[in-house]
Ligand binder design. Structure first.
Ligand SMILES: [Cu+2]
Length: 341
């Protein structure tokens, strides 16, 4: 009886897998195709085979423009009317991310990622205020330096034909600064680090068929201590789903939807006492954001760059519901290079 059931299940699965070639042919996972990697804005998306290692570089440029309270846009005048002397106008952030991956065996892939950040913020001062007398109507603040460093183990939980799933066990080390100054101590969004140790557990699934591929990832982050200035960044949960279409052996196009839920900061830095600008109040942090993105992955097949991967991803918000009064995200562009050895 048991073996009859088993045979029936086997027969049905074989018939199903042959009738729906889009679900795969029961093939093994194929790593040597452009969409074997997720859109470049997704981190820790893939694992490596035993003894393989990989270097990567990503440049992420995020532009923030305008202010928002909850899900309503605010003008600078609105911000001044709420008692602030200064309102951010625009912020541009460049993150240079350097990644290293190594798989000691097929079960585990180890990953390290550090980044260098450059932040520039343009602010406007309330007409007639002290801030305007000291800085002019519009002024800039800059900050740059190394950010926090993530170490992670990606643990293969299973590979069934063209489906893969792995756990992400990461920790973020406080290598970034919380002491950045530019005409005084800079507000929270312009510090390059969190100052805390943060755990980053997550789960990643990916699937592949002959012309298409898809995936999903959930990543969480929570601080396990407060930093030297007695605060920690809010906990966050981020969910992403994506699909990709393999145009040819060397190019794939992708689309992604993501959701980020982050709670407000816990505690505050006594060096940021003034509430001149909304960015100086820890209550104005965190929120819920939805993004969509479009991307392309390239895998070079011949010539001197054989085996090199290049990718680009453009992302913009669908909806932002922010805690308190904050700058809103305009868009993010990520470009990247990856090479396995
Ligand atoms: Cu890799």
């Amino acid at each position: 009886m048991k073996s009859f059931k088993l045979k029936s299940i086997l027969t049905i699965s074989i018939i199903l897998s042959q009738s729906f070639p889009i679900m795969g042919h029961g093939n093994k996972w194929e790593a040597n195709r452009p969409d074997a990697h997720a859109p470049i804005s997704v981190m820790q998306d893939h694992t490596h085979n035993q003894q393989e290692w990989m270097l990567s570089y990503r440049l992420m440029n995020m532009d923030m423009r305008g202010m928002r309270q909850g899900s309503h846009k605010l003008s600078n005048a609105d911000v001044f009317a709420k008692g602030f002397m200064v309102s951010p106008v625009e912020m541009s952030m460049n993150m240079h991310m350097f990644g290293f991956m190594y798989a000691p065996n097929n079960q585990f892939t180890l990953m390290a990622m550090g980044h260098y950040t450059e932040i520039e913020m343009e602010l406007s001062a309330m007409p007639g205020s002290m801030a305007q007398m000291n800085n002019g109507s519009y002024f800039k603040r800059e900050s740059k330096g190394w950010g926090d460093t993530t170490l992670a183990a990606l643990i293969n939980l299973g590979e069934f034909a063209n489906h893969k799933i792995h756990a992400n066990a990461g920790i973020s080390l406080p290598t970034g600064s919380i002491d950045k100054t530019d005409n005084g101590h800079l507000p929270y969004p312009m510090q390059t680090g969190s100052g805390s140790y943060e755990l980053k557990p997550g789960l990643t699934y990916s699937g592949q068929a002959s012309k298409i591929s898809w995936g999903a990832q959930i990543m969480t982050k929570f601080a396990i201590d407060k930093n030297d200035a007695a605060y920690s960044k809010g906990n966050s949960t981020e969910g992403k789903i994506w699909g990709a279409f393999k145009l040819s052996n060397w190019i794939s196009l992708s689309s992604q939807i993501s959701y980020l839920n982050q709670s407000s900061m816990d505690g505050n830095d006594v060096r940021i006492q003034s509430k001149m600008s909304p960015t100086m109040d820890p209550a104005n942090s965190g929120g819920q954001t939805y993004f969509w993105s479009l991307g392309a992955n390239f895998l070079i097949f011949k010539g001197p760059l054989e085996g090199h991967r290049f990718a680009i991803d453009y992302s913009a918000p669908l909806d932002q519901d922010l805690n308190g009064i904050q700058m809103q995200t305009a868009d993010t562009v990520t470009i990247g290079w990856q090479k396995s050895f």
